[in-house]
Design a protein. Structure first.
Length: 344
């Protein structure tokens, strides 16, 4: 449900009231630390914040702190001077102390938690770096005292996660401009098939965004009776049997690609003409590669977590993607593939 006019007014007042923390002298900032834990999609949704910091503080060096499962993005991100690894073995609070010890000789002027909800671990992380200015969302917990440049957290979040993160540093921005969309560079690609290629991914941790193998194969076979295309099936090694089940049912040209290494997976996404997958890391990666795509969201709000791309189509259901009408999916897939240029 959208906020009422009163809630909107209160949200506006909260975000535009800079009196709750000291004004940051952007022209004096030389070192910035930005923290974002969790997965690939979370980090990519934080990139608009990074790029906005670059615009506001062009002379500052930005270090992005991420966990191991997103560190593989480091060679491909634009606007980052350094990507640093957050220790993840053992106790998470001991890891903060370890990180502080590793970076003890550095001076950060500004440290930001790009997480769009309050989090004690992030507050402790920012404080451990001893940055002069520390920015994060807060909600009146004891650890909020560690943040000297707070933004008050209000539910429900009325913005996309990327814009919510930007509001930490630029609360006046009401719409995310395309120039701040995340992009990935230096990704190799090659022609997969002689005809238009649709990539499907069978690896996804969000059960609500997955179609059963038989149903997915039936969708693609029905579509193939109207428009020609080939299918590239992307699967992690643990999902090989699922990929083989789908492949055994397909009537068009197809091939399974087992992607053990992240660079190979990224190259596969770049090589496809279009992507058909559920919500998750694949959706955000394909958006950052500027690939035409159709993504299905089950139990996740597209308004908050949708891919940042004008080329992405999305369909959603509040519980599970199986409740999205089949004809609606077929029509969207037909629109997606028919809009592609002919393979050359």
């Amino acid at each position: 449900m959208l906020p009422s006019w009163k809630q909107k007014y209160e949200i506006k007042q909260t975000y535009t009231n800079t009196s709750i923390f000291p004004m940051i002298p952007f022209n004096a900032i030389r070192r910035i630390a930005i923290f974002r834990r969790n997965g690939l999609g979370d980090v990519l949704c934080s990139m608009p914040l990074v790029l906005r910091c670059k615009e506001l503080m062009p002379h500052a060096k930005i270090t992005l702190f991420v966990e191991k499962n997103a560190f593989c993005l480091a060679p491909y991100l634009e606007g980052i001077d350094e990507v640093a690894l957050i220790p993840s073995n053992g106790n998470k609070y001991a890891n903060i102390a370890k990180l502080a010890w590793q970076r003890r000789k550095e001076t950060f002027d500004l440290a930001i938690s790009a997480k769009t909800t309050p989090m004690k671990l992030m507050n402790l992380s920012l404080c451990s770096l001893r940055a002069k200015y520390r920015m994060a969302y807060v909600e009146n917990r004891w650890h909020d005292a560690l943040i000297n440049c707070p933004r008050r957290y209000i539910e429900p979040i009325p913005f996309h996660q990327a814009l919510q993160a930007i509001h930490l540093i630029d609360p006046e921005m009401q719409e995310l401009p395309r120039r701040l969309y995340p992009t990935l560079h230096s990704v190799d690609s090659q022609r997969l098939f002689a005809q238009k290629t649709l990539l499907i991914s069978v690896s996804n941790n969000r059960e609500g965004s997955l179609l059963p193998p038989k149903y997915l194969a039936q969708l693609l076979n029905d579509l193939a009776t109207e428009i020609p295309f080939a299918v590239a099936i992307s699967a992690l090694p643990k999902d090989t049997l699922k990929a083989q089940e789908i492949a055994s049912l397909l009537t068009m040209e197809h091939k399974i690609f087992s992607t053990k290494q992240f660079p190979h997976f990224l190259s596969l996404l770049k090589s496809a003409d279009a992507i058909f997958a559920g919500d998750g890391g694949v959706a955000h990666l394909s958006a950052a590669l500027q690939k035409p795509a159709l993504h299905l969201f089950g139990g996740v709000k597209v308004s908050q977590w949708g891919p940042l791309s004008k080329q992405a189509l999305t369909l959603s259901h509040p519980i599970h993607v199986m409740d999205i009408p089949k004809e609606q999916i077929l029509q969207s897939l037909h629109t997606l593939i028919s809009s592609l240029p002919e393979a050359s």
